[in-house]
Design a protein around this ligand. Structure first.
Ligand code: CA
Length: 250
């Protein structure tokens, strides 16, 4: 069940995107076998100006993908005709369209698995519609800007990859190699949640997945170094049981 909070009230907002294209042309597929959830999600996205199509099964979604791809897919993990993970694999054989998983609260392992398979984000049921719309916008924005953004560039952070140096609020950070690689990875896709496994793969030459928890101590030390420069800010977000993301302006 979705949560019944005031977040359900969403004001209509037909905002043009930065390229002047209206959101009506942004089509979102919702793959969800629970009619009440599907209906509410559809309503929320349509109210925000997105065009939506609902598929009660993974197979119906796959069939539709063979004739055209949407801008984004919201994919339930537990579908009547199979696992969302299996459908994700098959979706990826057809298209690179971003996918956000919708998963149950207690299924921490699903969130990690979904991200490590290459999903763009996950949202935990019950979720508020405000949160859902925000996640959708973040992923769409990330895809839209990915082609134009120089890797890791932001007003707050500046990466000098030649010198392996990262500046934070115009001050150089004194980082170990692993801290540098962790921060560089998080900055490469702001707001994207990276699992510990993914951070280990990118930051260590010889990643040993039994050591995933060492990521936590490196992140802790990284946070201390950032805090020394800007005590009020905390740009690194912890996603309990899953991993980390970074919001440069936080
Ligand atoms: Ca379901």
């Amino acid at each position: 069940m979705l949560s019944k909070t005031t977040d359900w009230i969403i004001t209509a907002c037909h905002t043009p995107t930065r390229h002047g294209q209206t959101l009506e042309s942004t089509r979102i597929f919702i793959v969800e076998d629970e009619p009440s959830i599907a209906q509410t999600v559809q309503f929320a996205l349509q109210t925000e100006g997105f065009a939506t199509e609902h598929f009660p099964t993974g197979s119906a979604c796959l069939a539709a993908l063979s004739t055209g791809t949407p801008s984004l897919i919201l994919l339930d993990v537990g579908l009547a005709d199979g696992s969302g993970f299996e459908f994700f694999r098959r979706i990826r054989q057809i298209t690179d369209t971003p996918v956000i998983y919708m998963t149950a609260r207690d299924a921490e392992v699903d969130r990690v698995a979904g991200l490590e398979m290459g999903a763009d984000d996950y949202i935990v049921k019950p979720f508020s519609l405000r949160e859902l719309v925000a996640r959708v916008r973040v992923v769409l924005r990330r895809i839209e800007t990915a082609s134009v953004a120089t890797a890791g560039a932001s007003d707050v952070f500046r990466i000098d990859s030649v010198r392996r140096q990262i500046h934070y609020h115009a001050q150089p950070l004194d980082l170990t190699l692993h801290e540098y690689r962790l921060l560089e990875t998080l900055l490469s896709q702001p707001e994207r949640v990276f699992t510990r496994g993914q951070l280990l793969e990118r930051g260590w030459d010889d990643p040993d997945h039994r050591l995933e928890r060492t990521i936590d101590s490196h992140i802790k030390s990284l946070r201390n170094k950032l805090r020394r420069i800007e005590p009020q800010a905390d740009p690194i977000c912890t996603h309990r049981g899953v991993g980390y993301s970074l919001i440069p302006d936080a």
